[in-house]
Structures are given as structure tokens and as C-alpha cells.
Ligand binder design. Structure first.
Ligand code: ADP
Ligand code: MG
Length: 256
């Protein structure tokens, strides 16, 4: 058995919005080259957790580390200080994010969407970034669609562009927030296939999703969250087929 290397460590993370505690003592690990599914009812805090990992939001206490590096903060003795914007942006650039609603740049072609951040953020040459973008679009099955604008693509195709765009930054890990939930069943299949092929290429992924068939298909590990707390986690087969907690059982029976 290969050694499991910790990619992401979340320790006692709390996050509130006003009086509402959205993440309550969330401690979890994601191991390198594994696919972890974050499941749980609406409002559980899944998206917030992903946004905190990607440094789009700051946590209130606890800490999140990726590859041993503190996210969002720097340590000065015992005290944590929020990172300056430029450092936060640098961290964010290393973590791929795929959203439910694709969030593509509407006024750019598929190719330009994929090549944009490598040029603007990583300083790649336009020619190199465009060549790499072409390859990535082919990988997600979009050969010939390079010149299309988002409005000219189906939802499934747009989501595949969004996945290619995340991959273009050669991220250390990829976060996906309900990547299939805005899609009709047929389109969901094509996006699921692309996510599955990513999983086969030793990508570390943390995916919030209601798509239990997708979880069954590709997840190594499942974390079940309710109201900001982790209720249970474990190997995907175990959590999906033989959950320990009644709350997990209820959730899963409602989902299938
Ligand atoms: P999930 O993705 O599991 O559905 P979310 O992380 O989106 O859950 O939301 C968890 C809770 O946090 C919800 O009650 C939501 O209303 C609240 N919430 C999320 N973002 C904000 C925000 N920016 N301001 C205030 N409340 C928020
Ligand atoms: Mg959500």
C-alpha cells in the first residue's frame, strides 16, 4: 500500500456570519491523489468550507493548511495575521476551483477563458498558454469548440471549459462546488466522465456535491456534514453503504 500523504489539513475551523456559526470545529484531512466528497444537506456549510480553503473567505479560528502551508494567514509567534492581498491571491492561484454555475468570462472564447489566468497570473507567453489551453480543451472533449463563446456552448460544455480552466493553472488541488447540479442528466454524465478522468490522473480533489451516483463512482473518502459540523467520515464505500449515524442514513435515503 502506498503511503498516504496529507495534502489538506483543516484543524478546528470556525466560521460565522453574524450570529450564525456556519463552520463549527471542522477538522478534516484530504490525502494527496484522493478524491474526497463533501456531502450534506443545503446550508450545511459545504460551500463556505470550500471558499475558506480557497481563501475567498477568511476563517475566524482554527487553521487550514495545504502542503503544510497556512492558508489565508501568516503566523507571527502565537498570533495569526491575515495575508496581504497579493499573497492571498498567490495561494488562491494554486488551488483550482470549479463552481456550480461555471463562472466563465462571457465575453471570451473557450480558449481565451482557459488561457487567461496562465497569461495574466503566471506570466506565461500567449503562444504557450494558448497551445496548452488547446490541449486541455481536447482533453475535456472540446476539440473544435475553442472559438466558441460560453453562450454558444451547452451547460455541460461550459462546465468542461471551467474544468479545463482550473487545470490550466496546474493546481496543487482542485475544489469543485456542486459541479454537476446545474446540469440535465445527460449533460451530467459527460461532466462526470471528465471529473472521473481527472481523478484517474492523480489529482487531489475535494468536491461538494449532491450527486450521490458521482460520489459512488469516483470518491475515495466521504465527509458528511450537517449544520457546520462533520457528522461522520470514512471510506466512500463504508459511508455510502453502511453509515454509522442515523442522520447520514436519513440523508442518503432521501438522496437516492
Ligand atoms: P451549503 O453549501 O452546504 O449549502 P453554505 O456554505 O452555502 O452551505 O451555507 C451555510 C450557511 O451559511 C447557510 O445558512 C447560509 O445562509 C450561510 N451563509 C453562507 N454564506 C454567507 C454569507 N456570505 N453571509 C451570510 N450567511 C452566509
Ligand atoms: Mg453549496
Amino acid at each position: 500500500m502506498t503511503e498516504r500523504v496529507v495534502k489538506l489539513q483543516s484543524s478546528h475551523v470556525y466560521k460565522s456570519f453574524g450570529d450564525t456559526t456556519v463552520l463549527h470545529d471542522v477538522s478534516a484531512r484530504v490525502h494527496a491523489n484522493e478524491v474526497v466528497a463533501l456531502i450534506g444537506p443545503s446550508g450545511a456549510g459545504k460551500s463556505t468550507f470550500l471558499r475558506c480553503i480557497n481563501n475567498l473567505q477568511l476563517i475566524d479560528s482554527g487553521c487550514i493548511e495545504i502542503d503544510g502551508e497556512l492558508i489565508g494567514y501568516r503566523r507571527a509567534g502565537e498570533v495569526l495575521h491575515p495575508l496581504p492581498d497579493a499573497d492571498a491571491a498567490r495561494q488562491r492561484a494554486r488551488i483550482g476551483m470549479v463552481f456550480q454555475n461555471f463562472n466563465l468570462f462571457r465575453h471570451m472564447t473557450a480558449l481565451a477563458n482557459v488561457a487567461y489566468a496562465p497569461i495574466e497570473v503566471l506570466g506565461r507567453s500567449k503562444a504557450d498558454a494558448r497551445a496548452a489551453a488547446r490541449d486541455l480543451l481536447a482533453k475535456v472533449g472540446l476539440e473544435g469548440k475553442e472559438g466558441h463563446y460560453p453562450a454558444q456552448l451547452s451547460g455541460g460544455q461550459q462546465q468542461r471549459v471551467a474544468i479545463a480552466r482550473a487545470l490550466a493553472m496546474d493546481p496543487t488541488m482542485i475544489l469543485l462546488d456542486e459541479p454537476t447540479s446545474a446540469l440535465d442528466p445527460e449533460l451530467r454524465q459527460e461532466v462526470a466522465a471528465v471529473i472521473r478522468s481527472m481523478a484517474e490522473h492523480d489529482r487531489t480533489m475535494l468536491m461538494a456535491t449532491h450527486d450521490i451516483p458521482l460520489v459512488r463512482d469516483i470518491a475515495d473518502w466521504v465527509i458528511f456534514m450537517v449544520e457546520g459540523r462533520i457528522v461522520e467520515e470514512g471510506p466512500a464505500g463504508q459511508v455510502l453503504n453502511d453509515p454509522e449515524h442515523e442522520r447520514t442514513r436519513q440523508f442518503l435515503s432521501k438522496m437516492s
